[in-house]
Design a protein. Structure first.
Lengths: 415, 164
């Protein structure tokens, strides 16, 4: 969408203002207006810039500050810190060190309190990094800070950069998927848990992975009826315990089922679901019409790599990671020296592992600047924790993903 | 003759429908149920161990963080701490009385009922299984933990309540 003459804006995460002029686009747009060119920019210098203030980014900033890095900049395009944590009202899995048993929303507060303790960490919200350039000694980031009196252009010169940009939701192709009432699960969570807005009265959920199961449960908690969860695979992908929570509230889960189409005139009025065979093909005659006003889609995520890709980092398509990701070593450094990644943008995984990866990236970046307080020990502790998390059957995907990345990196020699 | 590897896919019923059957669990014997013990309905290897850490008598054990928790019913005192800490809301304390059973379960919905209220008892499928009387409501931990009283024969079936 084009907003106030700026093309390619993700309107789903852009705050609505009275004077916004919004147009639909049918292709990638180009910035044509001269008023955006040759604008004055405010220059900033910093040791480490962390892009993304979610679990990985916050941990990275804290880890670097703990190592004694004097100037750390944490930027995020949202108006609140915490990333996905603020929507996660469920208690976290894991062990005590990774804050198991604590709700995501409380972890966001804990991490923010810790960040505020460090004068070395400066955080800027409503700031979107729009471009990254690889300088000779430093990296240059161009960012736009949204202010009430207009936008301010920033040029950030940073010795090290950590990208913890998270991921974007996947969409499904079916007739009617552009009708109002078709949501991504993350969008539903934002409406409910961040803004306190009910997304609808009766929801049909697509996807029985952990996100689909958890968001369905949260919908019930918000007093929204969940008709059922449909899942194209023959078995439930998420944890059984999440499925059990839903089942004992009376929500059925239909495995080997998918969505055929959404019907409705101006908005979603219902959904036609269909059973699929073992080749995921719809079985004719098994269609069922379900009246509802909301369809929620939880069919996985794709890592956000646009910035790092623009910088020219080597990327690789790894299905287990959720798409293309930047090739990185075991200390989270990419093929561009001084540029690190962490969290979902380095492969789709849990918030718990995102925090450990952030920690690791922060320690590594700090050490490469010469700020090193016992970093070898801390790094191996992080690596060990990651191995632990990925050793069970549910850690198979990230395990394979990281093994493939290791193969891409120096054929596994220095991993 | 060329033999190509044949992949045999066995899908357990709970993997399809999300409902455990008694065979999926190692259930306590009468002696333990009279004392009141924790029933851990966590049957997958997921990386999680707060129940092990919180148990004051070390009755829950795991080989590593991905192991399935194992409970020693002789050691378990039915103290209910694990019910409130379990991130998966998968632990229940069951104590069997003469003709009633007390079930302690986590509850994350509003409004929160109060002691003495009569609610609808639900099983693992969310089906109505008679009534459940609220005996105790504990809101001190991270989750509200409620103890209900149901018919003795439903001790291993009722796992939720609904306020009507």
């Amino acid at each position: 969408m084009t907003v106030n003459d700026i093309p390619n804006v993700r309107t789903c995460i852009t705050p609505l203002k009275d004077d916004n002029i919004i147009y639909e686009q049918d292709r990638v747009g180009e910035l044509f207006d001269k008023k955006f060119k040759d604008r004055k920019r405010k220059k900033m210098d910093t040791d480490i810039t962390v892009v993304g203030c979610g679990p990985a980014g916050m941990m990275a900033a804290i880890a670097a500050a703990k190592q004694g890095v004097p100037s750390i900049l944490l930027v995020d395009e949202n108006h609140i810190t915490g990333g996905q944590l603020v929507k996660q009202t469920h208690k976290f899995f894991g062990s005590k060190e990774e804050r198991a048993g604590v709700r995501g929303i409380d972890i966001a507060v804990e991490l923010m309190d810790e960040i505020k303790n460090y004068n070395s960490i400066k955080f800027m919200l409503e700031t979107t990094v729009v471009g990254c350039y690889n300088g000779k000694k430093e990296h240059n980031l161009i960012a736009v800070k949204r202010l009430n009196e207009g936008d301010r252009l920033l040029e950030i010169n940073s010795k090290k950069v950590i990208f913890a940009c998270g991921a974007m939701e996947n969409m499904l192709a079916f007739p009617g998927n552009d009708l109002p009432g078709v949501y991504g699960a993350g969008g539903v969570q934002t409406l409910m848990n961040v803004y306190g807005v009910k997304p609808g009265e009766k929801v049909l959920m697509v996807g029985a992975g952990n996100v689909g199961l958890i968001v369905s449960y949260q919908l019930l908690q918000a007093n929204v009826k969940v008709d059922r969860v449909v899942e194209i695979m023959p078995k439930i992908g998420g944890y059984h315990v999440h499925a059990a929570k839903l089942r004992r509230c009376g929500v059925p889960i239909y495995t080997s089922h998918s969505i055929k189409e959404v019907y409705g005139k101006e908005k979603v009025e219902g959904v036609i679901v269909v059973r699929v065979d073992n080749k995921f093909q719809p079985i004719p005659g098994t269609e069922e019409k379900i009246p509802c006003d909301t369809l929620c889609i939880a069919v996985g995520l794709t890592p956000s790599i646009r910035l790092i890709d623009q910088m020219g980092a080597e990327t690789e398509f790894i299905p287990e990671a959720g798409g293309h990701i930047a090739v990185h070593d075991s200390l989270m450094q990419t093929k561009i020296k001084g540029v690190y990644i962490a969290g979902d943008s380095s492969g789709i995984e849990e918030a718990s592992t995102a925090m450990i990866e952030g920690d690791l990236a922060g320690i590594s970046a700090a050490a490469s600047l010469g700020y090193d307080k016992n970093s070898q020990k801390l790094k191996s502790k992080c690596k060990q924790a990651l191995v632990g998390f990925r050793s069970g059957p549910f850690g198979e995907k990230p395990r394979i993903c990281k093994e493939k990345i290791a193969c891409c990196w120096d054929r596994g020699v220095n991993y | 003759m060329l033999v190509v590897g044949i992949e045999v896919l066995i899908i357990k019923s709970y993997e399809k429908n999300g409902i455990l059957v008694p065979e999926d669990l190692k259930l306590p014997i009468d002696k333990h149920l009279k004392k009141g013990v924790a029933i851990i309905e966590c049957i997958q290897e997921i990386p999680c161990d707060p129940c092990v850490a919180i148990c004051p008598v070390s009755s829950i054990s795991m080989k590593d963080i991905n192991d399935i928790p194992k409970i020693d019913y002789d050691k378990c005192t039915g103290c209910k701490r694990c019910v409130g800490i379990c991130p998966g809301l998968a632990i229940f304390v069951v104590k069997v009385l003469d003709n009633k059973a007390l079930i302690t379960l986590p509850y994350e919905f509003l409004p929160i009922p109060k002691a003495g209220d009569i609610t609808t008892a639900l099983d693992r499928e969310g089906k109505t299984r008679g009534t459940a009387k609220i005996m105790k409501v504990n809101r001190s931990g991270k989750a509200t933990v409620i103890t209900i009283e149901v018919d003795k024969k439903l001790a291993m079936e009722v796992r939720n309540i609904r306020l009507d």
